[in-house]
Write a protein that binds this ligand. Structure first.
Ligand SMILES: *[C@@H]1O[C@H](CO)[C@@H](O)[C@H](O)[C@H]1NC(C)=O
Ligand SMILES: [Cu+2]
Length: 300
């Protein structure tokens, strides 16, 4: 943990960005672990220097935004959001029928939102320093704009994730648990039945938990999925690219990093090259974001 990262004494979010140097890196991989996600091919990508939030946007950060603007998230407008059933109370679970056929552990919960991540009977009061959840891509864009920032492109996100290392699986290297240590908030145990919490957490962790990567970024994989600016596509040109921004249009937006729900058995997506997608109005109990910027925002 670093000074200023904790709830009470947290610096304004704009002061918690890290400088990411310009450079060339290998985006994607020629050894895809989940082929249908379009992890391949590996391609040489050049990225200009930029700034990246050191942490995922927290509940306290998002509350500051909502207090200042009166912003209403899409989950609040729609009146529901998807919650992982393992986090729900029996009362909330009992009232729900509909489910996602391919992923029955996702339940649409009435009244679930960033303030009530597990439904109306839950709050974020005791976890201001956890990542904000149930925020759509549109909500994330609105927050970043308010903060004088923007969402990172997928290329910027992946370059940041790699932390200066070349062609490694994880932000810290190729071993999931070097010297037996946990480096991210993931799922341990049999998904979706038992998360043993061996890494210290069931559900989300504070945004400053676990060691940072080589660029000083915390929880860049695991904890909460992170929205990026790009539209989703699974076919990529192997050609070299400069500051790529993804396809010009699409149906889904790219999310990166995996979440506390990811286990190698069904969601081996806590690798830098891994990727997934959702429609821009989607929200869920494992999906958040962090912002990027070309210049450090001016703070008052
Ligand atoms: C948001 O406003 C409420 C009500 O005025 C206040 O209690 C809370 O501390 C504010 N939150 C932040 C993060 O500034
Ligand atoms: Cu704290």
């Amino acid at each position: 943990s670093v000074p200023g990262a904790h709830c009470a004494g947290r610096l304004p979010p704009s002061l918690q960005m890290v400088s990411i140097p310009a450079g060339v890196f290998t985006m994607g991989t020629d050894d895809p672990q989940i082929k249908q996600d379009g992890e391949a091919p590996a391609r040489r990508v050049t990225v200009d220097a930029f700034y990246m939030d050191a942490y995922e946007v927290s509940n306290a950060d998002f509350e500051r935004f909502v207090n200042a603007t009166g912003y209403l998230t899409e989950a609040e407008k729609f009146g529901d959001s998807f919650v992982f059933e393992g986090l729900l109370s029996e009362q909330v679970k009992a009232g729900i029928q509909q489910a996602v056929a391919a992923a029955p552990w996702w339940l649409p919960v009435k009244g679930a939102s960033w303030r009530h991540p597990e439904g109306p009977d839950s709050t974020v009061l005791h976890r201001p320093d956890h990542p904000v959840l149930h925020v759509s891509w549109n909500d994330a864009v609105a927050y970043c704009a308010w903060a004088g920032k923007r969402l990172p492109t997928e290329a910027e996100w992946e370059y940041s994730c790699r932390g200066g290392l070349h062609d490694r699986l994880f932000p810290w290297g190729n071993k999931l648990q070097p010297r037996g240590q946990h480096y991210a908030n993931l799922w341990q145990g049999e998904f979706p039945v038992t998360d043993t919490g061996e890494d210290g957490f069931r559900g989300t962790a504070p945004v400053d938990a676990f060691p940072p990567n080589g660029y000083g970024l915390y929880n860049i994989v695991g904890n909460a999925w992170e929205w990026t600016a790009d539209w989703w596509a699974v076919r990529h040109s192997a050609e070299e690219a400069l500051n790529p921004k993804g396809p010009p249009s699409g149906k889904d937006r790219v999310k990166k990093g995996g979440s506390y729900m990811c286990h190698k058995s069904y969601c081996y997506r806590y690798r830098c090259a891994a990727r997934s997608q959702n429609t821009p109005d989607s929200s869920a109990s494992n999906l958040g974001f962090r912002c990027a910027a070309d210049h450090l925002p001016i703070t008052s």
